[in-house]
Design a protein around this ligand. Structure first.
Ligand SMILES: NC(=O)c1ccc[n+]([C@@H]2O[C@H](COP(=O)([O-])OP(=O)(O)OC[C@H]3O[C@@H](n4cnc5c(N)ncnc54)[C@H](OP(=O)(O)O)[C@@H]3O)[C@@H](O)[C@H]2O)c1
Length: 172
């Protein structure tokens, strides 16, 4: 099974992705698309993003939830949630097929720290580009040099865009 690692994010014109531990916007269509794309697969996130999920969606249902935290011993694991301390170890284990996953798709769902720490491992990026500017305190890191756009679907106020890594041979 060849594992594909895909980041998914919604970012505004100033690269803002979050504010005060939450999202700066409400985009129901984007949430629906997120659920449809990631259900049945693995979702990978930072501890702060996990804690920002509404209680009734935590852990995200029908998905293996992998949470990165440096305080793994105090993290409350439950069924369908795994806590890992080292992103590199996790992604290498995925590539090496040394852990059991529900499918070959591993979705990196944020937040800012986890996007930055995992970018070298991404094969693809699903970006919702929000065409406005918002106040924020969490930002998406620059990815444009290493990824090329292969799809754009324009909507009112945002676009769904897909990027693939330019040079797959340098991927770890
Ligand atoms: N727009 C979007 O698509 C989108 C998507 C997701 C999230 N967000 C937003 O992004 C914001 C959260 O982002 P954030 O950067 O503050 O937090 P985050 O990336 O969700 O989580 C940060 C936490 O992850 C753990 N962590 C980070 N790097 C690690 C590493 N190298 N090894 C092990 N653990 C590591 C640490 O947990 P411990 O402190 O437990 O050690 C750290 O405090 C929120 O506003 C959220 O709503 C937006």
């Amino acid at each position: 099974m060849t594992v594909k690692i895909i980041a998914i994010v919604a970012m505004d014109e100033s690269r803002v992705i979050g504010i005060a531990g939450g999202l700066p916007w409400k985009l129901p269509e984007d949430m629906k698309r997120f659920a449809a794309l990631t259900s049945g697969h693995t979702v990978v996130m930072g501890r702060k993003t996990y804690e920002s999920l509404p209680e009734k969606f935590r852990p995200l249902p029908k998905r293996l939830n992998v949470v990165f935290t440096r305080k793994v011993e105090s993290f409350p694991v439950c069924s369908s949630v795994e806590a890992w301390t080292n992103p590199e170890d996790f992604f290498k284990a995925c590539r090496g097929a040394s852990i059991a996953l529900p499918s070959n798709l591993v979705w990196v769902i944020g937040g800012a720290e986890i996007y930055a720490a995992s970018m070298p491992f991404w094969d693809e990026l699903y970006l919702t580009r929000v065409s406005s500017k918002h106040n924020g305190d969490a930002y998406f890191p620059p990815f444009e040099e290493d990824f090329e756009q292969v799809e754009v679907e324009q909507r009112v106020g945002y676009s769904f865009e897909r990027f693939v890594r330019k040079n797959r041979t340098v991927r770890p």
